[in-house]
Ligand binder design. Structure first.
Ligand code: COA
Length: 374
């Protein structure tokens, strides 16, 4: 039984932070810090903090702005983290609320209602609680009968989720799967860290995967093949977890937020991803030249350009490997799905595309799709 992607949805928070605003807040924090510690700095006991720059951010990453849940808290130099109040148990959680908005769009595009869905996956990098699973809450909010579970493979969560959805449909354990990726990356980002304060944004994507024979949407993509790989690395890491409260001394260390060795990630992940894509295409007997579009994970503009160049071995247009980083920044697992959601027009029946994610783990996932005649 072939599985297809029949709908996608995107929820975008209304608040936007430009690079200029972000750098202004960061540099105000730096000035404040250096002023507060001027005695130790002039005694040579402490290094002064260096300012950030808009030009560096755009050149190093391709990011121009990011959408966030709360701008005020992030841009306050004395706080530099979003204000997100904990909600009462009786209220919908923030991730559930984001997921429902994206899911409604995806279901409507797929021409499906809650009664058609029997499996819900929340696949994302950070979950706001351990249990009950956010996916079960989303399932209840949408009135879906069936089962739901949360999964996390960091930036690769969505492609790992797509393979899981496809496997469930092929094995008959589900008929229609709703996968949502509510990413609140601003809550795990260290806005006081010059190397990474610009990297992430918030967003939620949704995808409907179902059996080809039940698909009735207008824009359907057949999943031809999926391939996943992981290889352990400490170069992207977040040590936030349920054990933190047991170690008072280290509870507030910066490793409870996103930390990375950006240069090493760049050098190690580009070859891993490009050879993964090429090996996968070889396995399924598809020539890279026949791939019409690559919807890559959105972490860094140069990384994406290098990966696409290695796969195609030729210059390519921006539309062939779309970039959404400028508008959204890195939105973790949602990035490749935003690119797919916004940039799949123009493909003709039979055209082949690849949705590809990569990130912490390390992890890499490819989903080869073909535009269907449905
Ligand atoms: N503003 C101004 N200058 C800055 C800066 C900032 N915000 N941050 C760093 N710099 C400086 C550094 O101090 C360094 O200066 P130096 O050479 O004088 O020491 C210079 O810019 C280069 O820094 P570097 O960290 O080597 O930059 P880079 O070109 O490697 O770009 C990343 C940094 C993080 C954007 C890039 O390495 C990257 O994207 N890596 C992959 C990250 C990724 O995809 N992670 C996955 C997350 S899912």
């Amino acid at each position: 039984m072939n599985a297809v992607i029949s709908g996608t949805g995107l929820f975008v928070p209304q608040q936007v932070i430009s690079n200029e605003e972000l750098v202004e807040a960061f540099n105000a924090y730096v000035a404040q810090f250096n002023d507060q510690h001027r005695t130790r700095i002039s005694a040579g006991e402490l290094e002064p903090l260096k300012p950030s720059s808009v030009a560096f951010i755009e050149k190093a990453s391709g990011i121009k702005r990011r959408h966030v849940i709360d701008k005020r808290g992030i841009l306050d130099p004395s706080r530099m983290r979003p204000h997100i109040a904990q909600r009462d148990n009786e209220q919908p959680s923030l991730q559930c609320e984001m997921a429902v908005k994206a899911a409604e769009q995806a279901l409507s595009m797929a021409n499906k209602g809650a009664a058609d869905v029997d499996m819900v996956i929340v696949a994302c990098s950070n979950l706001e609680r351990a249990y009950p699973a956010v996916s079960v809450e989303v399932q209840a909010a949408l009135g879906i009968d069936g089962y739901a579970f949360d999964m996390n493979v960091a930036c690769s969560s969505a492609t790992f989720g797509l393979q899981t959805a496809q496997d469930a449909i092929r094995s008959g354990s589900a008929k229609t799967v709703l996968m949502v990726s509510p990413e609140i990356c601003s809550a795990h980002l260290n806005f006081r860290d010059r190397d990474s304060h610009f990297i992430f944004g918030d967003v939620c994507t949704a995808v409907v995967v179902e059996a080809a024979e039940t698909a009735s949407g207008d824009d359907v993509f057949e999943i031809i093949a999926t391939r996943l790989r992981t290889k352990y690395s400490n170069h992207i890491r977040n040590n936030f977890g349920f054990l933190n409260r047991c170690d008072e001394a280290r509870r507030r260390d910066v490793d409870k937020l996103f930390v990375q060795e950006g240069r090493k990630v760049f050098k190690e992940v580009v070859p891993m991803v490009s050879s993964h894509i090429l090996d996968h295409l070889r396995e399924v007997d598809i020539a890279p030249a026949t791939v019409t579009r690559m919807w890559l994970h959105q972490a860094n503009l140069s990384m994406n350009q290098l990966i696409a160049k290695r796969v195609w071995g030729r210059p390519f247009d921006r539309e062939e490997a779309p970039i959404v980083l400028d508008e959204f920044a890195n939105t973790s697992s949602a990035g490749s799905i935003i690119a797919f959601h916004q940039h799949r027009k123009g493909l003709r029946v039979g055209d082949i595309g690849i949705i590809c994610s990569f990130g912490a783990g390390y992890s890499v996932g490819t989903v080869v799709v073909r535009k269907s005649d449905q």
